[in-house]
Design a protein around this ligand. Structure first.
Ligand SMILES: [Zn+2]
Length: 457
């Protein structure tokens, strides 16, 4: 028994020592991977053996609260800046800038003007003297704002090809050092989610099997190149997906003629500039449909962090979950699945899985803000974080080198101990009260008044 305790103590001491050694060895490379449109509950609905194997050796964050609007470009920029959309300036997939009078679309996105309100991590890490890489991550092929290595967006490049480049860049060669921060983007399961809708189990099952196969490929490629276990890996996504329906269409033309406004974006968050009489335009839109909320810019709720930017238009309309905004009566449902809705909806939330030498093993947390991933990555890389909306408070619990108190568990333990102590005290008093009183064990020594020292008699 004593031997067992001693062995246990020595093992424990070794574990602590290893942990401290890891902490003092300096940062290891970090690979950030995004599978676009990976809704958090796909993890429960579909078998994902490779992804489950990955996070069983690390950490799973079951739901990430992402940023509004829950679209691809704003959220990918938030992941690498830690900022809400109003602070980093990438507010939607379609934008209009009233100062420069320029228009932004996802296929016309390389003008640095749009991206310069924030600095992505691949640039901050470059400033710290590291090599970096970004593979088709939104905003990574912008003129003068690229990582050391990058490839311009091309949907024909397969996951395997993207991964092959990434591992080469992570490894480096005789001439060039390996990269310390690498960001890799893949289009699925977003594409299938739009096409078939997230409720289509057959189609989504097939898409997620392919995503999981790609995660398997990633793990085996990192193993083959000797990178597995030597680098930190984060697998996450930008947003979830809601099921849409032809029965849930909101037709703007039913409420007012399109000549009354200029449309910058349409669904599920419309951005409109009234052409004349803003109040009359707003009033008509405000009572247009019970499943659509209209806001003038200054009344957009604080919690959405979507007000303080010139690129936010005077009127925005937010459709309820699964509703689609269209123009005419004849307009058909454009997509069976969509995202962009309120970021408090669980269907809009993605997940986060983390593994590598810096992370705890077999650990789970139920939720985290997606803006907290940026300070976590800066901490992992020992890179000074730019001003951001995130915090390390919760994310640091994912790290092996941190001691974290589980507050609800601690409160539960304290309450439990107090209850047990109170019960024992009560029982003790109760039993003492009921016990019949016997003869007193000692009696006072009786002495005569004139006896000076009775004990010496
Ligand atoms: Zn999408």
């Amino acid at each position: 028994m004593l031997l067992k305790i001693l062995v246990g103590f020595l093992c424990g001491a070794t574990a602590v020592a290893t942990e401290n050694n890891t902490a003092h060895q300096g940062p290891v490379p970090l690979l950030l991977v995004s599978f676009d449109g990976f809704r958090a509950d796909y993890l429960q609905r579909f078998p994902m053996p490779n992804l489950k194997l990955l996070y069983s050796q690390g950490v799973l964050v079951e739901q990430l609260t992402n940023v509004f609007i829950t679209k691809t470009f704003p959220n990918h920029y938030s992941l690498v800046t830690g900022l809400y959309a109003e602070s980093h300036g990438i507010l939607a997939s379609s934008m209009y800038d009233p100062v420069s009078h320029k228009h932004f679309t996802t296929s016309n996105d390389t003008d640095p003007m749009w991206w310069s309100e924030a600095q992505p991590l691949w640039l901050t890490a470059l400033d710290s003297g590291y090599k970096t890489a970004a593979m088709m991550w939104p905003g990574s092929d912008v003129v003068n704002r690229t990582a050391t290595h990058f490839l311009p967006y091309n949907s024909d490049v397969t996951f395997q090809q993207r991964l092959g480049n990434m591992t080469k860049w992570l490894l480096g060669n005789e001439k060039e050092q390996g990269v310390m921060f690498a960001a890799l983007y893949w289009e699925e399961p977003d594409r299938s989610g739009h096409m078939f809708g997230p409720d289509n189990n057959t189609a989504m099952g097939k898409a997620l099997k392919e995503v999981d196969d790609n995660i398997g490929l990633l793990m085996s490629e990192l193993n083959r190149t000797g990178l597995w276990g030597r680098i930190n890996v984060l697998i996450t996504s930008d947003h979830g997906m809601a099921q849409c329906s032809a029965d849930r269409l909101i037709r703007l033309d039913d409420c007012l003629h399109p000549d009354n406004y200029t449309q910058v974006d349409l669904t599920p968050v419309a951005a409109l500039i009234p052409n004349k009489d803003p109040k009359a335009v707003f009033d008509l839109l405000n009572k247009c449909h019970p499943h659509m909320t209209a806001y003038v810019k200054k009344a957009i709720p604080d919690r959405l962090h979507y007000r303080n930017n010139e690129r936010i238009q005077p009127i925005i309309l937010i459709a309820d979950e699964g509703w689609t905004i269209v123009h005419r009566k004849t307009d058909k449902l454009p997509r069976l699945g969509d995202h962009g809705y309120d970021n408090s909806l669980p269907s809009m939330h993605p997940f986060l899985a983390a593994t590598g030498p810096s992370f705890r093993q077999g650990y789970r947390i139920s939720s985290l803000q997606s803006v907290d991933i940026y300070p976590l990555m800066c901490h992992l890389l020992s890179v000074p974080a730019q001003p951001n909306n995130g915090t390390l408070t919760q994310a640091r619990c994912m790290l092996a080198a941190e001691t974290c108190w589980d507050v609800p568990l601690m409160v539960g333990l304290v309450v439990g101990v107090l209850l047990v102590l109170t019960t024992i005290t009560f029982l003790f008093r109760f039993l003492s009260y009921r016990r019949p009183s016997g003869p007193r064990p000692f009696q006072r020594l009786q002495v005569d008044d004139d006896d000076d020292d009775p004990l010496l008699e």
